[in-house]
Design a protein around this ligand. Structure first.
Ligand SMILES: NC(=O)c1ccc[n+]([C@@H]2O[C@H](COP(=O)([O-])OP(=O)(O)OC[C@H]3O[C@@H](n4cnc5c(N)ncnc54)[C@H](O)[C@@H]3O)[C@@H](O)[C@H]2O)c1
Length: 161
């Protein structure tokens, strides 16, 4: 479970454990990760690590494979918010902000997929769920156009970009 120390990933950890599973959590948040491990003693192992770093993800997979009975699923929930205007009031969004979002939400997700995929390749059945996204509540239209007025929300059922 990447990003399993808190949020959506943390809730997914609770669900897997409640269903009898065991989980390795990899997350940057040391305090929350340790608390999650302590709350599910024996069923959860916490690895402080970054999903964009190959060695960190390998370490988590090594614990799952060697100490928790194998790797049978992957949930990618590590993610950072991407809701920021392209053209904020006082300038232009720094390119590094977008690069960081792509690095964590996209490259980190792919990193975990490929490494967990290798660990699961010989299993009969595996599951991978990818939650990390750049979804944002609503400012998508105005972020592209400083002069745009708030618009009527899309009709229920209408497709949105
Ligand atoms: N919450 C939702 O309803 C929802 C719905 C769909 C998609 N998402 C997406 O799922 C992802 C997680 O959402 P959330 O609400 O649980 O966020 P969150 O901030 O509550 O949790 C994200 C977790 O990922 C960890 N993390 C961040 N960068 C990391 C990195 N480089 N390596 C390891 N861990 C890292 C954080 O420490 C945190 O514990 C986001 O990308 C979000 O856009 C969330």
């Amino acid at each position: 479970m990447t990003g399993g120390a808190s949020g959506l990933g943390g809730a997914a950890v609770d669900m897997v454990v409640a269903a009898g599973g065991r989980v390795v959590v990899i997350d940057l948040n040391d305090e929350a990760g340790r608390a999650k491990e302590a709350g599910h003693r024996g069923a959860v192992r916490f690895v402080k690590g970054d999903v964009t770093v190959e060695g960190d993800v390998q370490r988590a997979i090594g614990i799952a494979a060697g100490e928790l009975g194998g790797v049978h699923g992957l949930v990618n929930a590590a993610g950072i918010p991407a809701a920021e205007r392209v053209l904020p009031k006082d300038g232009i969004q720094p390119l590094e902000h977008f690069e960081r979002v792509i690095r964590v939400n996209l490259i980190g997700t792919f990193n975990a997929i490929r490494l967990a995929g290798a660990a699961m390749a010989s299993n009969e059945a595996n599951r991978a769920v990818n939650a990390a996204s750049s979804s944002t509540p609503r400012p998508w239209r105005r972020s592209m156009d400083r002069s745009a007025r708030p618009r009527t929300p899309p009709r229920k059922g209408a497709s949105s970009p």
